[in-house]
Design a protein around this ligand. Structure first.
Ligand SMILES: NC(=O)c1ccc[n+]([C@@H]2O[C@H](COP(=O)([O-])OP(=O)(O)OC[C@H]3O[C@@H](n4cnc5c(N)ncnc54)[C@H](OP(=O)(O)O)[C@@H]3O)[C@@H](O)[C@H]2O)c1
Length: 386
């Protein structure tokens, strides 16, 4: 079996690639990689495997230099001498930014880039499975405080918090327009954060938001909102297991479900032991975010509810040399707080039924082992490109 994967230099794609590389059933894994910052594709491959000391078999793992934005990508892949006998495609590459300044790039990569891969895939004579890595959050923002099932999406009528989820939903619909159902595997991860093994996570995506909440200590969010978070190693194992399993469905949530869900209160309790000198966590109403921003501008009036937390305001005075830092942090964090507030969990019974993976460990359990990594995150850089 020959596999073609996009996005293998990313957080999830990197783990999927390493997991795939261990499967004996696979002959070759072709990785679409863009050469970046003067680094050749093969050097980027080496980094993926070096991070956790995994073996890179260069006979099996073959980089294919290319970019989803290149105009001739379909033609380039079609004529590529190594790619005629690809059986499985895993499309994990995407732009995952939440900020509206990336809207045009999201369109180029998540829609037009995907379309180029799909147009190539229809020409492959031996294609068995096209795996589209979607996201469970395509269900939109109208669903609140309940379990979401796979068959509720895609629904073109839902409202989205950010353009990113809208492009992921349209992408999934496009896959269905290009390929027959029996060739499609859609995996929809929930929120991927950290690694459940005692290793440095491949990326601090999402984890930076927990680090920011951990720094702030006074957070405008419902502490008991249910949160569906999984580790990247669980997500990668799930995708590879699904690929090799006898599947009853074409769409699967890769999620923690209600049995493995967490909440802001549980996640912060899991890590607070590592930061004993910070004030206790306090959770205030979501509406106070406006007042936090006013405080950062030194425009908060005397009657604000925020004044009920003098210890935290003094602490902010001490840790933020410049109140602009707090504004940057809040600006980057806001879309994440919006997602948390929805209280969505994603049904995982299909995944548990069709694989022997077992229930995901709740984030508040595995994060106890990862609290020390929170200190290493540059949260201000992350907040500038949420
Ligand atoms: N992380 C989550 O919580 C989460 C949750 C649900 C679903 N997902 C989905 O999972 C997938 C992977 O997400 P992730 O967190 O691993 O994202 P990521 O770390 O940002 O990785 C994105 C990958 O896409 C590649 N890519 C971006 N633009 C490209 C282009 N123009 N040409 C070729 N490759 C390009 C990147 O390559 P470079 O290294 O060259 O930039 C990188 O390998 C995405 O489809 C995402 O929607 C993620």
């Amino acid at each position: 079996m020959n596999v073609f994967i996009t996005g293998s230099t990313g957080f999830l794609g990197g783990e999927v690639l390493v997991e795939l590389s261990k499967r004996k059933e696979i002959d070759k894994i072709f990785c679409l990689v863009r050469a970046k910052a003067g680094e050749q594709a093969i050097e980027r491959m080496k980094k993926i495997f070096d991070l956790h000391g995994d073996l890179l078999d260069q006979k099996k793992i073959i980089p294919i230099e290319g970019d989803l934005t290149q105009a001739d990508l379909t033609d380039y892949l079609t004529k590529h001498p190594l790619l005629g006998n690809v059986n499985v495609i895993i499309h994990s590459a995407a732009d995952t930014n939440f900020s509206p300044i990336y809207d045009e790039i999201l369109e180029q990569i998540n829609i037009l880039g995907l379309e180029k891969i799909l147009a190539w895939s229809t020409q492959l004579k031996n294609l068995q499975t096209f795996t589209y890595v979607g996201t469970a959050t395509i269900c939109g923002m109208d669903i609140k405080n309940r379990v979401v099932k796979e068959n509720e999406s895609p629904n073109e009528n839902v409202k989205h918090l950010v353009k990113y989820t809208e492009t992921k939903m349209r992408g999934e619909m496009m896959v269905r327009n290009y390929l027959p159902k029996e060739k499609i595997l859609v995996v929809r991860p929930s929120i991927i954060m950290g690694d459940s093994r005692p290793v440095q996570p491949r990326s601090y995506v999402i984890m930076w938001a927990l680090a920011a909440i951990n720094l702030l200590r006074l957070v405008p969010i419902n502490p008991d909102a249910e949160l569906d978070i999984i580790s990247v190693d669980y997500a990668a194992k799930a995708i590879v297991k699904l690929l090799f399993s006898k599947r009853k469905y074409s769409v699967y949530h890769i999620s923690a479900g209600t049995a493995g869900s967490t909440s802001p209160r549980k996640a912060t309790q899991a890590i607070e032991y590592y930061f004993p000198h910070r004030p206790e966590f306090e959770f205030v109403d979501r509406s106070l975010i406006r007042e936090v921003k006013l405080w950062a501008r030194k425009k908060l009036n005397g009657y604000s509810d925020l004044k009920n937390y003098p210890e935290h305001l003094t602490y902010w005075d001490n840790i933020f040399d410049d109140a602009t830092d707090l504004r940057i942090l809040m600006g980057g964090l806001e879309p994440y707080l919006d997602f948390i507030e929805l209280g969505q969990t994603f049904d995982n019974s299909r995944l548990l039924e069709d694989t022997d993976l077992g229930q995901a460990e709740p984030a508040h359990e595995y994060m106890k082992r990862s609290a020390h990594f929170l200190d290493k995150i540059d949260i201000f850089a992350a907040a500038l490109a949420p």
